[in-house]
Design a protein around this ligand. Structure first.
Ligand SMILES: NC(=O)c1ccc[n+]([C@@H]2O[C@H](COP(=O)([O-])OP(=O)(O)OC[C@H]3O[C@@H](n4cnc5c(N)ncnc54)[C@H](OP(=O)(O)O)[C@@H]3O)[C@@H](O)[C@H]2O)c1
Length: 258
């Protein structure tokens, strides 16, 4: 079954993992509706580049995952630009001021910071996936993915807020999968070990994490955004993963077992 001409909706595709996923799908002829938060200029560049290189349709839209209800208007805009929605990937993650009290050692955790991370990770996934599922039902099915991270499997300093929310979103994925299967919609999570992106570079102990991953991984290197993009493509490709739903695929360079 060809992926050409289908449409991917993905949040936070101006950088890092989201950008790599967008390019992976665009290269295969998939149209892309993607969101940015602050980097409108970069979004414009990406749109021009993928349209020129791959002859697909690309459009970008503003989104703040701290306001999950924004997804409702966002999908209305997407409906005007695209005939169908086949894949949805909840990828965007917050950083900076909004994670203060959430990205912290246990004794400095604060409800507001923790709630922000929960909102951006779990609630944004729920509203985005609901809107996407309504459209997928109309076209006979689709694939929904949430990004997750192995910070819910192994200890990472300051990561309690994110680790907990990733745990929660993986559970939400299973519930969504159980209920959306009747519409032929598959729902999965892709969980990454430390991947070399701006988000990770913002960690105060980035250099230490990088050295540790390189030492711990049997493959002796960090993960890169493309390592995650391939799994997302696989999960959206009906030919390759038709009976795969309600799961988390862990891509960690073998670090979690070490
Ligand atoms: N990096 C890792 O080690 C790692 C490992 C496992 C899983 N993950 C997961 O992979 C996903 C992507 O992470 P990444 O490392 O690629 O992040 P990143 O490089 O920091 O990119 C974050 C993306 O989210 C957007 N964004 C930021 N604040 C937003 C907001 N309030 N509302 C909507 N969008 C917002 C950014 O848009 P603008 O640029 O326009 O502001 C950007 O496109 C996340 O879910 C993360 O938890 C990451």
């Amino acid at each position: 079954m060809s992926m050409k001409g289908k449409t991917l909706v993905i949040s936070g595709a101006t950088r890092g993992i989201g950008k790599a996923i967008l390019y992976r799908f665009a290269k295969e002829g998939v149209n892309v509706a993607f969101t940015y938060n602050k980097n409108e200029e970069e979004a414009q560049k990406i749109r021009q580049d993928v349209e020129q290189q791959y002859g697909i349709k690309a459009r970008f839209y503003p989104l703040n995952v701290l306001e999950p209800e924004q997804y409702k208007d966002l999908f209305v805009e997407i409906d005007k630009d695209f005939e169908q929605v086949n894949f949805f990937i909840s990828n965007a993650i917050i950083y900076g001021k909004s994670v203060v009290g959430g990205f912290a050692p246990f004794m400095r955790l604060k409800p507001k910071g923790l709630n922000n991370i929960y909102t951006a990770t779990v609630l944004a996934f729920v509203v985005g996936a609901q809107e996407a599922a309504k459209r997928m039902k109309e076209v006979g099915g689709g694939s929904i993915i949430s990004l997750s991270s192995t910070g819910n499997l192994v200890y990472m300093r300051n990561y309690a807020g994110h680790g907990n929310s990733k745990n929660a979103v993986e559970t939400m994925v299973k519930y969504a999968a159980a209920e959306l299967g009747e519409w032929k919609i598959r729902v999965n999570a892709v969980s990454g070990g430390p991947i070399d992106t701006d988000a990770l570079k913002a960690f105060p102990d980035y250099a230490e994490i990088k050295a540790k991953v390189e030492e711990k991984s049997p493959l002796n290197r960090m993960g890169y955004p493309n390592d995650i993009a391939g799994a997302c493509y696989f999960l959206c490709n009906e030919t390759e993963s038709a009976w795969l739903t309600g799961q988390t695929i862990v891509i960690d360079g073998g670090t979690t077992f070490q």
